[in-house]
Design a protein around this ligand. Structure first.
Ligand code: G6P
Length: 367
């Protein structure tokens, strides 16, 4: 097993460190200069053009990828997208027709609720598409099409590289539909693809800066409750940051869209309650910064994820984790990395079994 971990203490941190490569592996063979090709999607151009609504159905971390996917698809394509937890979707008699595309996101392709969601969607005549990591999995065999994420086997129960590869697959799907439905110009597609190709290097910069994040993990030493906040496309990243921390460190963690702070969670703030705020460059940067100020004014410990060059944010933060600059549309891929590393070091410093957290399973194949 030590050899399989490639010199790392745990699979989770090994897999975190694979992410710069995984991004390129997901793009490879699908993304070209100004277009994309997805061999496993067999729907006709006419069927693709007919799609007027998208549903994304998934569980756990894959559901968080779906929440980011909603922003990616709606912002660029202006097609309405609903995202649903699979265990809810399957029993709600969802409103879907044969003009709808239902996307199932699943690392394993075997999650019982997600599979049931797929069957429900098919029974109502919708077209179905899996975003899956495991080749030949049950969902891949039953869906009308698949985008494979090519992240390689993921051993750590808490998903890291599979999540990032799911995000990349969602950008690829956006490009694919944007071309088929004549929504995205050639120039726009070319630009998005060029930005996607820069992500691997940016992620590598963060991975090289791991020591800094390990130091910040010390702020969580005697803490038993925390919060993660973010806005717009990074609100789901706040949820994912909170999920990662609770899964492996057993620290209670809330994830919130930062605009909701005043509607409840601000009551939680005190000296020994750290908040991690995603405050990278975006069209709502000032709003998130105001939230950070509000927390500081109430003596909360505040750790910000900020864009390189934002020195001012240091004045209102107890610690700042700088990440490379990127357009808001792609920022989730960058911002989730320091959060994964942070939860890893918090759990490791508590001496916990990071790769096999209590009560959790890698793949939940029963309801
Ligand atoms: C379990 C795992 C999570 C995963 C979720 C969905 O809860 O512990 O890491 O996100 O299942 O799994 P899937 O294979 O469908 O992505």
């Amino acid at each position: 097993e030590a050899a399989e971990k490639g010199g790392y203490d745990h699979f989770m941190i090994k897999e975190i460190h694979e992410q710069d490569r995984v991004i390129n592996d997901t793009l490879r063979g699908k993304v070209f200069e100004d277009n994309v090709k997805i061999d496993e999607i067999t729907m006709s151009d006419e069927e693709l053009q007919n799609i007027h609504k998208i549903h994304i159905v998934a569980c756990g971390t894959s559901w968080h990828a779906g929440l980011v996917g909603k922003y990616i698809l709606e912002q660029e394509l202006r097609i309405p997208v609903e995202v649903e937890v699979a265990s809810e979707f399957r029993y709600k008699n969802p409103i879907i027709s044969n003009k709808d595309l239902v996307i199932l996101i699943s690392q394993s392709g075997e999650t019982a609720d997600t599979l049931a969601g797929l069957r429900e969607a098919k029974s109502k005549g919708a077209k179905t598409l899996g975003i899956l990591n495991v080749v030949g999995s049950t969902i891949s065999r039953e869906a009308d099409g698949t985008i494979y994420t090519n992240a390689g086997p993921e051993i750590g129960v808490a998903s890291t590289k599979a999540f990032v590869s799911q995000l990349i697959a969602l950008y690829i799907l956006m490009l694919f539909l944007g071309e088929k439905k004549n929504i995205l110009s050639k120039e726009r597609r070319k630009y998005i693809i060029s930005e996607l190709k820069l992500l691997s290097k940016k992620v590598k910069t963060i991975l090289n800066n791991e020591k800094n994040i390990e130091k910040i993990a010390k702020l969580f030493e005697n803490v038993n409750s925390t919060m993660f906040i973010g806005r717009n496309i990074n609100a789901p990243i706040a949820l994912e940051g909170a999920l990662k921390l609770k899964e492996i460190s057993y620290i209670h963690a809330e994830g919130y869209p930062s605009g909701e702070l005043k509607h409840g969670p601000i009551a939680l703030i005190h000296e020994n309650f750290p908040t991690v705020a995603i405050a990278t460059k975006s069209h709502t940067y000032e709003k998130v910064k105001n939230n950070v100020e509000e927390i500081k004014a109430r003596s909360g410990t505040i750790i910000t994820i900020a864009s390189e060059g934002d020195e001012k944010i240091q004045d209102i933060s107890d610690a700042v984790l700088y990440v490379p600059d990127t357009e808001e549309l792609f920022s989730p891929v960058i911002n989730v990395i320091p959060l994964q590393i942070l939860s890893y070091y918090v759990a490791k410093s508590r001496g916990l079994d990071v790769d096999k957290p209590r009560n959790l399973a890698k793949s939940v194949t029963v309801e």
